[in-house]
Write a protein that binds this ligand. Structure first.
Ligand SMILES: C[S@@+](CC[C@H](N)C(=O)[O-])C[C@H]1O[C@@H](n2cnc3c(N)ncnc32)[C@H](O)[C@@H]1O
Length: 862
């Protein structure tokens, strides 16, 4: 079988396919012969077999297997067959005389006992499979069988159930005494093939050639083809052209007198035919053979593609056929065959009109497309504007919007136009229009309405003045800050959590990592010295402290009496660092901002304090930063900044805090409590492990966060920053673990009461023992008892004196009333001694009760 019949469909890989593979047959069709032979047993007795259309050789393999040794087996096919032991094969077309000769040469005088035919016309790209071709092939194979079969021999052929079937059967019956059609199980049901087993060849001495001439055998059928069937045939040809990809079988057989598979006609037939489609669909090839046709080859319209297409029409697609029909029309015009010059002209005109219409249509379509696009764009913009509007309104209603956003959004919207992006006046106007500013009520209605009424030009002229502009900006910012404060106040009122969060944030600010100076936030817990409690209590105490101070924090201008108490000796730049008023004393210009303040708040500048303090009346009394802070706050307005040169000596003393007592206090605290923050532990570890040097730690103190200025920034901005702009605090897992372990150890310490109880117990035991010893001495002193009795009595007394006094509990076995013990009365089986029956529920309840009691006890103790 040819390559074209490669089995790829999943359904095709059935049982027989697998069996064939297993048993080494080249084709699953081998089983058809096996089954036929099983039924009719023709191979075992055969000495010579001819297999017509034998490739790839499945049947030959079967014949070789079932036929006796030394049998002659000849296989013929169009395609070469791979060698099979004991089998002679050659490639030839069984319809040709050469094939007959080849077989003759091979068999010499021998006659075949069996002639097999499993042929099917090739269904490659160049051929259309049809039943008629199959019938013709069958008749050709019969012709060979008649020539080579021995009398009584067997001819087995495949036929398709088609119009030719009966004719074929009639012929078979004329030549064989037993003719049977059968379909072996391995033949697929979907296939129209059946096998005809013709046995007992009659071997007539004279055979009318008409018996084997398709023209005569299929004559009746051919006659009936005329009329409607011819139409069908024409339709088939048309279908070949219009749907070339669809392969169809020509079950009606060949046209009368035309039995060749390959059809070749001159191109002129196609060009001159009144039914060119039928010609195209009905032939395999068209040739340019006549002089006239060769002239056509020279025409421009006859491109290489056209010539190539004519060469093999069976492989063409729809596009190729179109090309050929266009070529035909053009050629006919060229040749003037159609004799319809006027008509052609008309047609040309019509074509032109059509083209004009097309152009107009195209323009219209283009316009429509552009309109649709513009509408879609406008819709998108409208939707976007609406979204922004809705969002802003919602945010304003919730009083959540950062007012600056409104200005920006306003500008965003106006970006499409020529508006100035930074026109705060416009933003302010927008804000007013949205009601944001009016919510504050800071500004007079008159002013607002004035501004609302003024048009853009007015605004521009107003904003021409820098001063006016600055005033507006300040006013707007003030309003924005006010708006945000109002929002925070509202939050504070209705949300207790917010209050707690705020306190925590302030706490965090205070404990913020500040490099080496920040390693001792231990000071925050200055009151924790007497605390027995655990980590949580410590944390809670911390929170309490900060909660207490939070209200004061909110009011920056107020002095902070508690601050001193809470942070008596810390070097952490806490609130004081936030507002290092010392810097103000140094007349720092406003623009140098927080960064400079922070810088000068370092201990290194403590040496300068003395000089400055001498000049500063209020600072004379202050001994620490907090006092300076208070002082500075009072003189907040003195913003001039004087650069104070640092002397070499001061450089040397960089980190030597003048006040040695402060250092001592810190050391004492560390001695007492150890390091109580993860940062401190981490730093200590890093120092001990030589991962960091002291200099590195000092340098780390001056990180980018330490120089961040918060001055003049609105609160809402700082809040946002606090959420997202955080330094990466170097805390190691080990440090946290060490602190937790320490805390656990603290928690595990026996509390005072327990220690007292233990001491009491010990004391009582000692008293008891003493009493017992006295008793024992008394017993020993008595004379009325024998030595043995005395010893017994002393032992008894001493045992009593040494015992804890509690009676040992007797073992009571608990039996759960489930399983075998469920619902029984009396002693359960296999239980000895004292017992008590409980149910599972009760046990759980008792345990839960105990748990609750224990928890309550613990809570009471703490
Ligand atoms: C179904 S296969 C035969 C399978 C074969 N019985 C086997 O078991 O391997 C049909 C074969 O018929 C061959 N064939 C078709 N037309 C032929 C022709 N005119 N001459 C010789 N072989 C032909 C094809 O090449 C194809 O290999």
């Amino acid at each position: 079988m040819g390559k074209a019949q490669k089995k790829t469909g999943k359904g095709r890989l059935d049982k027989f396919y697998k069996l064939a593979k297993e048993q080494g047959y080249r084709a699953r069709s081998a089983f058809k012969l096996i089954q036929l032979n099983k039924k009719y047993s023709f191979l075992e007795s055969a000495r010579c077999c001819i297999d017509l259309c034998a490739a790839p050789g499945g049947w030959l393999q079967v014949a070789s297997k079932y036929m006796p040794q030394n049998s002659v087996i000849v296989g013929v096919d169009l395609v070469p067959i791979k060698p099979i032991p004991r089998v002679v094969t050659f490639a030839s077309d069984i319809t040709t005389p050469q094939c007959r000769q080849l077989i003759r040469q091979e068999l010499k005088d021998w006659r075949a006992d069996v002639v097999l035919h499993d042929g099917a016309p090739n269904v490659g790209t160049a051929w259309i499979q049809d039943a008629y071709a199959q019938s013709e092939l069958v008749l050709m194979s019969l012709k060979l069988a008649v020539e080579f079969l021995v009398k009584g021999g067997t001819f087995i052929t495949k036929v398709f159930r088609s119009a030719d079937y009966n004719n074929l059967m009639w012929v078979f019956n004329q030549l064989f005494s037993k003719v049977e059609a059968t379909k072996p199980p391995s033949s697929r049901n979907v296939s129209a093939e059946i096998f005809v087993v013709c046995r007992d060849f009659l071997a007539p001495k004279h055979l009318d050639p008409k018996f084997l001439d398709p023209k005569h055998v299929f004559k009746d059928l051919s006659a009936s083809i005329s009329g409607t069937d011819k139409g069908a045939s024409a339709n088939n040809a048309q279908a070949n052209v219009f749907q070339p990809e669809k392969k169809r079988r020509k079950r009606d057989g060949y046209d009368e007198g035309d039995y060749t598979l390959f059809k070749k006609v001159p191109v002129a037939d196609f060009v001159r035919s009144s039914d060119p489609i039928s010609v195209l669909g009905g032939v395999n090839q068209m040739t340019f053979s006549t002089e006239e046709e060769k002239e056509w080859l020279k025409l421009d319209i006859t491109t290489g593609d056209v010539v190539a297409n004519f060469h093999d029409l069976k492989v063409l697609g729809k596009g190729d056929f179109k090309l050929l029909t266009r070529w035909r029309l053009a050629l006919r015009e060229e040749l003037g065959i159609d004799n319809k010059s006027k008509h052609v002209e008309d047609a040309t005109e019509t074509v032109e009109v059509v083209e004009e219409v097309d152009e107009e249509q195209q323009i219209e379509e283009e316009l429509e497309r552009l309109n649709t696009e513009a509408a879609a764009r406008a819709k998108r913009e409208r939707r976007r504007a609406n979204e922004i509007k809705t969002r802003t309104i919602q945010r304003m209603q919730l009083q959540m919007t950062a007012p600056l956003d409104i200005g920006l959004e306003q500008q965003d919207l106006s970006l499409g136009g020529q508006g100035d992006f930074f026109d705060l006046g416009g933003a302010e106007k927008g804000l007013r229009k949205r009601g944001g500013v009016s919510a504050l009520g800071d500004r007079s209605d008159a002013e607002s309405s004035d501004e609302e009424n003024s048009d853009d030009n007015d605004n521009d002229s107003v904003l021409d003045s820098d001063e006016e502009r600055q005033r507006k900006v300040d006013g707007l910012e003030q309003e924005m800050d006010g708006l945000y404060e109002a929002y925070r106040d509202r939050l504070r009122e209705r949300d207790a959590k917010f209050k707690v969060k705020e306190s925590r944030e302030k706490n965090a600010e205070r404990e913020e990592w500040r490099g080496i100076n920040g390693q001792e936030p231990i000071d925050v817990d200055s009151d924790s010295e007497e605390e027995d409690g655990g980590w949580d209590e410590m944390e809670a105490a911390k929170d309490d402290d900060h909660d207490g101070s939070s209200s004061e924090d909110s009011d920056d201008d107020e002095p902070r009496p508690n601050l001193k108490r809470q942070q008596p000796d810390t070097a952490v730049p806490t609130k004081a660092a936030k507002r290092p008023k010392l810097v103000n004393d140094l007349r720092e210009p406003k623009t140098s901002s927080q960064a400079a303040k922070l810088w000068f708040s370092q201990d290194i500048f403590n040496g300068l304090d003395v000089d400055i303090e001498e000049d500063n009346i209020s600072a004379e009394e202050s001994g620490n930063e907090n006092d300076w802070a208070e002082t500075a706050e009072a003189s907040d307005d003195q913003d001039d900044f004087e650069i104070v040169k640092a002397t070499e000596e001061e450089d040397v003393d960089m980190w030597d805090v003048e006040d040695q007592d402060q250092d001592q206090i810190k050391k004492d605290k560390i001695d007492r409590h150890g390091l109580t923050t993860a940062e401190a532990v981490t730093l200590a570890q890093q120092l001990v492990n030589r991962q960091k040097t002291k200099t590195q730690l000092i340098n780390d103190g001056f990180n980018r966060y330490s120089l961040n200025s918060k001055e003049g920034l609105p609160q809402w901005f700082l809040d946002e920053e606090a959420k997202h702009y955080k330094p990466n605090i170097p805390i190691t897992k080990e440090a946290v673990a060490a602190l937790r372990a320490k805390q656990r150890a603290l928690d595990a310490r026996p509390i005072k009461k327990v220690a007292e109880a233990k001491a009491r117990k010990k004391f009582k035991a000692a008293q008891k023992l003493e009493k017992a010893m006295k008793k024992a001495e008394g017993v020993n002193a008595t004379t009325d008892m024998s030595e043995r009795e005395k010893a017994q009595q002393i032992e008894k007394v001493m045992r009593k004196g040494l015992s804890s006094g509690k009676k040992a509990k007797k073992d009571i076995k608990v039996v759960v009333a489930k399983g075998a013990h469920k619902g029984i009365q009396g002693r359960p089986k296999g239980v000895k001694g004292r017992y008590t029956m409980v149910d599972a529920r009760m046990r759980k309840e008792v345990r839960a009760k105990k748990r609750v009691e224990k928890a309550n006890k613990k809570r009471r103790r703490s």
